[in-house]
Write a protein that binds this ligand. Structure first.
Ligand SMILES: Cc1cc2nc3c(=O)[nH]c(=O)nc-3n(C[C@H](O)[C@H](O)[C@H](O)COP(=O)(O)OP(=O)(O)OC[C@H]3O[C@@H](n4cnc5c(N)ncnc54)[C@H](O)[C@@H]3O)c2cc1C
Length: 392
């Protein structure tokens, strides 16, 4: 019977980082993954350059039923700690925008850094290996790994969520949690593009490829960032960010001209630009295709001077407060994260250890902690993995 101190299930960002820390403490550690490569999501992240953290990490950038849960780990292993590790390894990086740090060369630099740190600390990695027959012993756990029995004293669940099933995502982490009587809060695809409802699809898909800065507002939150019209729906950073706060069935308000009060601007400009077609006037502020589309939708093929008070009101509402009723989202196929997951009220925020089963730990995305777009989710993986790695 093979015996380890620590078995980590999931060789993603959180699992590898936890394993490195535990192995550095002299624990015998193995990381198992059913995929054929470690850190697949790291490799595909940030358009292949991995947005590995953010300069401005605060608990307010995370969503959870227990908003304070993430505080301790984020304070103890910070973005500065991870930046120090990256810089110390000689990996070149840059801030793209909004504090988001990306590799200059390739996400592979981060994956390789983790794998070399794991090897240097003496941790093992077993790929294309499944775990079955998991049971708790009086002390520790026993299971089959690639059909061979193994035992460990600490078991770390780092299986992530359901996004991108083709990359190895599974609900195994949630099932392990339930096996040990943990509550798994309702979960869904997030940081995800929205899809058109049937009615909008017909009109809007012709605008596919148009990108504009806009403000998107849900019932609780607003983001002013770029959005991108696609033939499936609306994507872009503004939409991905708001998807964390959107509830299925709700509508979103889109301000297509966030820096302009349309009604006021029309009043101001109609004196000097009264003879201008509305379409031409609007094209000063919006991509021409979009300007033309709005004018056609509203049937306002008029000059500025010809617009009635009611026309201006209609135009202003349409541009500054457009109501978008999404058909839904693109789902796990393209979502960057799974929102929801293992209830953090039953897990120690300091160590990530289960309060129901000694020796069992949950880290990373499997927990009900979801960050904004922009490096926040990887920082949660590093911080929670580090916290468990100090004690498991
Ligand atoms: C396309 C994309 C781009 C992203 N870009 C960024 C970014 O730039 N910045 C950022 O902060 N976040 C980004 N994210 C989010 C980020 O990748 C995740 O939040 C992070 O990877 C979560 O880490 P994790 O270790 O908890 O889970 P994962 O990285 O998902 O790792 C889980 C591991 O568990 C394994 N596993 C699952 N089921 C089993 C099983 N039954 N048996 C064995 N192993 C199993 C999986 O194969 C996987 O290797 C992106 C996500 C996607 C999908």
């Amino acid at each position: 019977m093979t015996q380890y101190d620590v078995i980590v299930i999931g060789a993603g960002a959180a699992g590898l980082f936890c394993a490195i820390e535990a192995a550095k403490r002299g624990r015998s550690v193995v990381v198992v993954d059913h995929a054929n490569k470690a850190g697949k999501k790291i490799l595909m992240s940030g358009g292949g350059r991995c947005n590995f953290t953010n300069l401005d990490i605060t608990p307010e950038n995370y969503l959870s039923a227990n908003p304070h849960f993430c505080r301790s780990a984020l304070n103890r292993y910070t973005q500065w700690d991870f930046i120090g590790l990256v810089a110390g390894a000689g990996i070149a990086y840059h801030e793209k925008e909004l504090g988001q740090l990306f590799c200059d060369n390739s996400a592979k630099d981060i994956q390789q850094l983790l794998l070399s740190e794991l090897a240097a600390a003496g941790g093992e990695l077993k790929l294309e290996t499944s775990v079955t027959k998991l049971v708790a012993l009086e002390q520790g756990f026993s299971m089959n790994m690639a059909s061979k029995p193994v035992q460990c004293s600490s078991l770390v669940v780092a299986c992530g969520g359901l996004s991108i099933p083709t990359m190895g995502a599974s609900d195994f982490g949630f099932r392990i949690a339930q096996q040990f009587d943990h509550e798994v809060l309702e979960y869904r695809a997030s940081l995800v593009p929205f899809t058109w409802n049937n009615k909008d699809k017909e009109h809007w898909s012709a605008l596919s490829g148009v990108a504009v800065p806009a403000t998107v507002t849900s019932q609780t939150k607003s983001f002013s960032l770029d959005l991108l019209i696609t033939h499936r729906g609306i994507s872009g950073p503004a939409m991905l960010q708001i998807s964390n706060y959107w509830q299925p069935g709700e509508s979103l308000t889109i301000d297509w001209l966030p820096s302009i009060d349309v009604a006021e601007q029309v009043q101001q400009d109609r004196h000097e630009q009264g003879k201008k077609q509305l379409k031409t006037w609007l094209a000063q502020y919006l991509p021409a295709r979009l300007a033309e589309f709005f004018v056609e939708q509203l049937k306002l093929q008029k000059t500025l001077a010809e617009l009635t008070k009611a026309d201006v009101e209609r135009l202003a509402t349409h541009l500054n407060q457009w109501q978008f009723n999404p058909g839904g989202t693109e789902g796990y196929r393209t979502a960057e994260v799974t929102l929801g997951g293992v209830n953090t009220n039953e897990v120690s925020s300091k160590t990530m250890e289960s309060q129901k089963q000694p020796g069992l730990y949950f880290i990373g995305e499997v927990l009900d902690v979801t960050g904004w777009l922009g490096g926040y989710n990887f920082q949660w993986a590093w911080s929670s993995g580090w916290a468990a790695g100090q004690v498991c």
